[in-house]
Design a protein around this ligand. Structure first.
Ligand SMILES: *Cc1c(COP(=O)(O)O)cnc(C)c1O
Length: 365
């Protein structure tokens, strides 16, 4: 059998094995074409079926109502950071941003390049080093804003909004690192976006979901074509050559997710993984110290913790690697350990890690 690492990388991250095996089987002869999917026209009926299936599976898995469009774009979350204000802030519109981490801060900074003072920071936990989310009474929304932007999962710091912030304007959300980790009510959301490379597929595809009324807010005829959400929606994400191979892999992942029982089943597995991992951290609170200060704000996608010394952190990473587990080193600005437990990480993978953590306390605690 092929050797497979137990992959805890933060992104790009592990993909479900069946989605990769399907790609392997179909690589040289995709849909009877005698070509790989990378080698056929994006206007061919064979590719089109994949494109449509990726879109319809997204709608089905997320339970999207008919007034939402699914776009398959490029440029990662970074390009979206700019496209959102470029499309939505015309006519002096204003927006609120909640800053809860490295990526949320970047989103606000990029938006300010476009919107200047029309971008208001409704809340920030930077003073707390982003070790928690803002509490409801710390969020100050402006009455004249057109949307509220936030980041559902803070990939670097390991916090996650279990309950989304409330506003009476459309929510715009960067879901790069927790897209489809569970079912949720999309109705307060006007636009959701994220690079596929954490929870959904390879890098190069930016999955974007946009509600019709928000699309109508995009008055951007003078923007370069690629930057216009409306154009992509009108052309069903086939305005130019889409990232066909990435979309193909995304399709394989989504089809696999459906076969597991959809987002409800995926959520159950994610919660079980969280209980195992946080259970171990809490049992050995004198040895494993979590970064996040509010238990209710803990992420089920990225789990940050420290060992008693940086030397022990390093030793932990090294020994884990010897045991087949990779990607555990914390983000450079924070240090310590980060365990990314995206959808493709199995409950068994986490059990293996927790067994290792238990053993590590025994020998080094
Ligand atoms: C990784 C990440 C990004 C950056 O994504 P790119 O696709 O590299 O632009 C942005 N936001 C969040 C929440 C992320 O996890």
């Amino acid at each position: 059998m092929t050797h497979r690492a137990i992959n805890f990388y933060a992104g790009p991250a592990g993909l479900p094995l069946p989605a990769l095996e399907r790609a392997k089987e179909e690589l040289l002869d995709f849909a009877g074409t005698g070509m790989s999917v990378m080698e056929v026209s994006h206007r061919s009926k064979e590719y089109d079926a994949v494109h449509e299936e990726a879109i319809s599976l997204t709608k089905e898995l997320m339970g999207l109502p008919d007034n939402y469009k699914v776009l398959l774009l490029q440029g990662g979350a970074h390009l979206s950071f700019g496209m959102i204000p470029l499309n939505l802030m015309r006519g002096g519109r204003k927006a609120d941003y909640i800053v809860t981490g490295n990526w949320a801060e970047k989103a606000a900074k990029e938006a300010k390049l476009v919107g200047g003072d029309n971008i208001r920071i409704a809340a920030s936990t930077k003073e707390q080093k982003f070790s928690r989310l803002p509490f409801a009474d710390e969020i100050k929304l402006s009455p004249d804003s057109s949307f509220l932007h936030f980041t559902s999962n803070n990939t670097v710091e390991g916090t996650q909004w279990q309950e989304f912030p409330k506003a009476n304007v459309p929510l715009i959300c960067d879901m790069s690192s927790d897209f489809m980790w569970r079912p949720f009510d999309v109705s307060p959301f006007g636009l959701i976006y994220g690079g596929a490379q954490k929870n959904l597929g390879p890098s190069g595809v930016t999955l974007t979901i946009v509600r019709d009324d928000v699309l109508e807010m995009c008055e951007a005829q003078d923007l370069p074509s690629y930057l216009r959400f409306k154009l992509h929606a009108e052309k069903n994400s086939l305005y130019n050559t889409p990232p066909t191979f990435g979309i193909y892999i995304l399709r394989n992942v989504l089809a696999y997710n459906k076969s597991l029982g959809g987002l409800k089943a995926i959520e159950a597995a994610n919660r079980q993984k969280g209980e195992l991992l946080y259970g171990c951290i809490d049992r050995h609170a004198g040895f494993y110290k979590g970064f996040v200060t509010e238990k209710a704000h803990r992420s089920l996608m990225n789990v940050d913790f420290f060992l008693p010394t940086p030397e022990l952190d390093d030793q932990f990473v090294k020994e884990a690697k010897k045991n087949g587990m990779v990607g555990l080193k914390g983000y450079r600005d924070i240090g310590g350990i980060r365990v990314s437990t995206y959808n493709a990480v199995t409950v068994d993978n986490v059990k293996t890690l927790v067994d290792f953590m238990e053993q590590f306390v025994k020998t080094n605690g």
